[in-house]
Every structure is written in C-alpha cells, then in structure tokens.
Design a protein around this ligand. Structure first.
Ligand SMILES: *[C@@H]1O[C@H](CO)[C@@H](O)[C@H](O)[C@H]1NC(C)=O
Ligand SMILES: *[C@@H]1O[C@H](CO)[C@@H](O)[C@H](O)[C@H]1NC(C)=O
Ligand SMILES: *[C@@H]1O[C@H](CO)[C@@H](O)[C@H](O)[C@H]1NC(C)=O
Ligand SMILES: *[C@@H]1O[C@H](CO)[C@@H](O)[C@H](O)[C@H]1NC(C)=O
Ligand SMILES: *[C@@H]1O[C@H](CO)[C@@H](O)[C@H](O)[C@H]1NC(C)=O
Ligand SMILES: *[C@@H]1O[C@H](CO)[C@@H](O)[C@H](O)[C@H]1NC(C)=O
Length: 278
C-alpha cells in the first residue's frame, strides 16, 4: 500500500508512447467526402429507385449471392407479386448461347404482423465454369426478365479480384449516393461483402415489411449482376414480441439465402466461402 506500482508506471509509459506515435502517424486522406451534420431522409415509396418492373407478375427484387464454397455456384432469388409463377432459372454461358440450361428452385412466403410477402423464389445453380459470363432469365411463363453475372476465377493465393465493402445501407437519399459511388468507382468492384444492416425496415412502425420490398427493388440494379455476400446485423432481427413477432431474423432469413451448408455450417448466420484470392 502506498507504493508506486510498477505495472501502473509501465502502463502510463505505454500510453505516452502510443499517444506520441499517434501524433506522427497520419494515415492520409483517401477521400474528400465529408459527412453532413443532418441525417438524410428515407426515399419515398414512389421514388424512381423503387419502381415496380412492368408486366404481369414480373420478377422483382432480383438478387444473387455465391451458391457453393468456391464460386462455381450462384443462388438466384427474386419475388413475384401476383402468383407463384415459375421457380425455374434458365441460364447460358455468353460464349455458348446455343446450350441453355435450367434449374428449378423453391418458392416461399411469410407473414409479419399484418404483412404478407410476395412469392419469394430461391434457385441454386451449380457446376458453372470459372471466369465466365453467364446470362440468366427468371419469370418464365408470364413476364421474363434477363440479367447476367460473371463467375470468379478459380480460388488461388494471388488471384486478382476486387471486392466492395458496404454495410448499414438502408434506403435514404444517402444510401442511393453510396450505391452510385460504388458503381462509379473506377476500381470496378466485382462482389460486395455486405457487413450487415440491409433495409432498416425495422425503423418503421410494425417493422413495415414493405420497406424490405422497396430495398430489394432499390439494390437490384447492382445485386442482380454481382453477388453480395450477406451477413446479418442487428437491424435484421425484426424481433418484436409485442406485435407477436418472436422469431428473430424472419424477413431476412426468408429473403436472403446463403450457401451455409457448403461450409458444413448448421446455421445461415455463420458460414464461410472462398472466392478468387479471398
Ligand atoms: C440541418 O437541419 C437543420 C434543421 O432542419 C437546418 O436548419 C440546417 O440548415 C441543416 N443543415 C444542413 C447542412 O443541411
Ligand atoms: C458448350 O456447348 C457444347 C455443345 O454445343 C457443349 O458440349 C459444351 O459442354 C458447352 N460448354 C459449356 C461451358 O456450357
Ligand atoms: C397494418 O397495420 C397498421 C397499423 O394498424 C396499418 O397502418 C397498416 O395499414 C396495416 N397494413 C396492412 C397491409 O393491413
Ligand atoms: C467461355 O469463355 C471463357 C472465358 O470467358 C472460357 O474460360 C471458357 O472455357 C469458354 N467456354 C467455352 C465452352 O468455350
Ligand atoms: C401466367 O402464366 C400461367 C402459367 O403459364 C397462366 O396459367 C396464366 O394464365 C398467365 N397469366 C396471365 C395473366 O397471362
Ligand atoms: C438514385 O441514384 C440514381 C443514380 O445516380 C439516380 O438516377 C436516381 O434519380 C436517384 N434517385 C433518388 C431517389 O435519389
């Protein structure tokens, strides 16, 4: 008691050295972007980014993610609003247009408080070639829509590949700016690692799940053409026993499927993939 403790002295010294180091350690500025003081507002439901595609039962909210462990598979997901329609995805390699293949997926719906979802389709395509552009078509029968994606190169330690990193996106005017910023980046990101917090529908009264649909339509312009690798954040919980919703992650889990079984995981909230050099 009453003595100066040596570990305390060492701690103070370390802090001193660190703070001096911090003075001289300036990481530089990578962007001229400065965040404004005010939070940007959510885009209204009738915004251009939320437009419903024309045509009876036209597929909307089209999104893809990796569908196997190494990048030769893709999970294609979409929503049809009027009737279940077809679960089939037709796809072909760009340099082999005569050979069209097709796979069938599943369709599901869910209820959340007084909301009933559209028909949510998920179809896993496997056995693709690496480094190849594929076209794909959904909505067969009534209104078809066509998109494309490029598979990654084979997994290896030094394979060049560019990932984007987006999280906390939401659907404000700033969310739209963030997505545009990513799209216009000269580095041309090929896959997004999405670090959680997708739609922010949970900010609305009764977690208005219509805001999950608007988010799906907003992001389609990118995620229909390149995979976004999903992780769930706290805003995906949608846990609200007071309105009878006590199954956590219900909207997220129904809408965003991930290839968790390919890494022998038992839960979609915990999985791994390999892609190019990552
Ligand atoms: C932020 O909002 C306040 C109150 O609405 C407004 O007076 C101010 O001009 C806004 N600032 C910016 C940078 O938009
Ligand atoms: C390309 O098409 C030919 C037949 O036209 C087929 O034998 C070959 O396996 C196809 N390759 C791919 C990558 O689909
Ligand atoms: C759900 O309930 C809320 C609150 O009563 C109401 O504002 C909303 O219009 C309802 N939505 C549907 C689809 O019935
Ligand atoms: C298609 O093109 C890719 C390169 O984009 C190539 O790797 C692949 O072998 C080609 N497949 C066929 C069947 O020609
Ligand atoms: C949509 O397609 C289904 C199955 O082919 C068909 O039974 C139905 O009549 C079509 N609906 C319209 C409005 O074309
Ligand atoms: C969103 O961004 C796109 C592309 O920059 C633009 O065309 C569109 O008008 C924007 N919409 C809103 C509601 O900000």
């Amino acid at each position: 008691m009453g003595f100066m403790r040596w570990d305390f002295v060492v701690l103070v010294l370390v802090l001193l050295i660190l703070s001096v180091a911090a003075e001289f350690c300036y990481g530089g500025r990578t962007s001229s972007f400065v965040r404004t003081a005010n939070l940007s507002l959510d885009m209204p439901v009738d915004s251009d980014v939320f437009l419903v595609p024309p045509g009876y039962n036209a597929p909307q909210q089209v999104h893809i993610t990796q569908g196997d462990h190494v990048g030769k598979g893709v999970i294609v997901s979409w929503v049809t609003p009027d009737e279940p329609g077809s679960n089939t995805v037709i796809y072909w390699a760009e340099n082999n247009t005569t050979l069209k293949k097709q796979d069938d997926g599943i369709v599901l719906t869910y209820n959340y408080f007084n909301y009933t979802s559209g028909y949510i389709h998920h179809c896993t395509i496997k056995g693709l070639e690496f480094d190849t552009k594929y076209y794909y078509e959904v909505g067969i029968g009534n209104t078809t829509r066509q998109f494309w994606f490029i598979t990654p190169p084979e997994v290896g330690p030094d394979v060049p590949y560019t990932f984007g990193l987006i999280g906390d996106l939401g659907q404000t005017y700033d969310s739209n700016r963030t997505l545009t910023h990513y799209e216009l980046n000269p580095a041309k990101g090929k896959t997004v690692l999405f670090v959680g917090d997708l739609s922010y529908a949970d900010d609305y009264p009764f977690h208005d799940n219509i805001r999950w649909d608007t988010w799906g339509r907003f992001t389609e312009r990118n995620v229909a053409y390149q995979p976004w690798i999903w992780t769930a954040g706290n805003h995906e919980l949608d846990f609200d026993p007071e309105i009878g919703e006590s199954i956590p992650f219900k909207p997220y889990e129904n809408r965003y499927h991930v290839p968790y079984e390919a890494s022998y995981s038992t839960s979609p909230f915990w999985y791994s993939i390999k892609r190019a050099s990552a």
